[in-house]
Design a protein around this ligand. Structure first.
Ligand SMILES: Cc1ncc(COP(=O)(O)O)c(C=O)c1O
Length: 455
């Protein structure tokens, strides 16, 4: 993985990478991924890796599904581009919108399309502001999200994200957006505090925060059902029921960010179903097209839609949208993805695999180097610690998580280190035998890591 090939040299000379240490990239070099099939990707040297993260939590149907390719080719041959501004539409976007409403976890009225999770969340923020102006509450504009949330990187989405690297030196978050407690019981629960008591404490703190801000100023609360990039944090028991009771009391809208959880990841089509969220607005992306093309969606409730429609009627237009909103090729591939989910019984397959996946995680969680194993459905994580009994984390400069991820890569397995938490989010089409191989490779990486825990 150094600059030994012409492609690597090109990359180093010309490509400004996202979420990469730009200063060390010339030395570290790129992992040049050249092809993919099933749950595997292959690098320039022909080394094959199990993609244990589905890329960035997205390739639910693996890297070579023939029906998605065929749907893309057909769409490109029929109508490679058209827009949806000013009353224009295309068959794929109309059909996809209808299908998304049919599978939504709660009744939703309309679907807006964008190209990424960040754009979907930014669009949701703007809709929330527009909505409150429309209903005559122009002072109700503040938005709450959670520490360690990840909602993306555009100006509003990065502000919603609760991770320091998304804010530092970008002059974020913006004024109207601030953060409340992260619901990670293992890290933030008090000694002896049950999950349910922890959830009560967090819901009480949320209520105090809304009262301190002024209920007439707080517009919305953003939440991932399972927090992804913040470390795969599964909500503690009763958390969302208690939080939603507070939100309803003060007429604060709930946005469910289903960008990772959406489309089967937690064992139901949406994380909102798994954890009982009743969102007013839902954002989704990633697995919606299995990551094959950029597309995201914002679903809005009847109440929100009516206000948006009335206000746009007054102004003359809903002045928001993207050149590629409802792109016919992206919509055709997303539509085919949803059909494959149904035809290949992907949810049933996921549910059948969950016990083996969670057992594999749990087993690794018994190791002395792992403080907590956690997960739901086919998403999970292992948090590395210096001391299992006291939960003492490693010193950040030891880079324990990245070291384990590098050892896994040597074993032919791609996982993701988020600090010292190592995440797994395999393609939903993974077979039982492939899952066993994944855990065998991760176990081998752990063996090496534990033999030499320090660099
Ligand atoms: C929960 C969540 N929301 C939003 C985003 C942002 O999506 P994108 O990178 O497509 O802008 C991500 C990306 O990982 C995510 O995990």
């Amino acid at each position: 993985m150094s600059a030994t090939t012409a492609l690597a040299r090109q990359d180093i000379a010309a490509h400004l990478h996202p979420f990469t240490n730009l200063a060390t990239h010339p030395e570290v070099g790129p992992l040049m991924v050249t092809r993919g099939d099933g749950i595997y990707v292959e690098d320039e040297q022909g080394r094959r890796y199990i993609e244990g993260m589905s890329g960035l939590w997205c390739s639910a149907l693996g890297f070579s599904h023939p029906r998605l390719v065929a749907a893309g080719v057909k769409a490109l041959q029929t109508l490679p581009y058209y827009h949806t501004f000013n009353h224009r539409s295309n068959p794929a976007v109309a059909e996809l919108a209808e299908r998304l409403l049919a599978v939504a976890p709660v009744p939703m009225a309309r679907v807006f399309f964008a190209n990424s999770g960040s754009e979907a969340n930014d669009s949701a923020v703007k809709m929330i502001w527009y909505y409150h102006n429309a209903i005559g509450k122009p002072g109700k504009k503040k938005i709450l999200a959670r520490q360690r949330a990840y909602h993306g990187v555009t100006v509003a989405s990065a502000s919603l994200s609760g991770l320091p690297t998304n804010h530092r030196d970008f002059d974020l978050p913006i004024d109207r957006i601030s953060h409340v407690d992260c619901p990670h019981h293992y890290r933030y629960g008090l000694p002896g505090e049950s999950e349910a008591d922890f959830a009560t404490r967090l819901a009480d703190a949320l209520e105090q925060r809304i009262l301190a801000e002024g209920p007439d100023t707080v517009a919305a609360f953003f939440a991932e059902p399972v927090m992804g990039a913040g470390g795969v944090i599964v909500p503690p028991e009763t958390y969302f029921a208690k939080v939603q009771a507070v939100l309803r009391k003060y007429e604060v809208l709930l946005v469910a960010d289903e960008v990772i959880c959406g489309f089967g990841r937690t064992g139901n089509l949406f994380g909102s179903t798994t954890f009982g969220l009743q969102p007013d607005i839902l954002t989704c992306a990633k697995a919606m097209s299995s990551g094959y093309v950029p597309i995201s969606a914002v679903m809005v409730s009847q109440q929100v839609h009516e206000a948006l429609a009335a206000n746009s009627g007054k102004i003359g237009t809903f002045g928001h949208g993207y050149t590629y909103s409802g792109h016919p090729v992206a919509c055709a591939i997303a539509l085919e993805t949803l059909k494959v989910f149904e035809d290949e019984h992907i949810l049933d397959r996921v549910r059948a695999l969950v016990p083996a996946f969670q057992a594999g995680l749990h087993q690794l969680g018994q190791r002395a180097s792992v403080g907590e194993s956690r997960g739901v459905g086919l998403i999970g994580a292992l948090e590395l610690v210096a001391d299992k009994a006291t939960r003492q984390p490693h010193a950040p400069e030891l880079k324990a998580g990245p070291r384990l991820a590098a050892l896994a890569q040597e074993q032919g397995l791609i996982v993701r280190a988020m600090g010292d938490t190592v995440a797994l989010c395999p393609p939903l089409i993974i077979s039982e035998a492939e899952l066993a191989t994944l855990f065998q490779r991760l176990g081998a990486a752990f063996d090496q890591y534990e033999q030499a825990p320090r660099p």
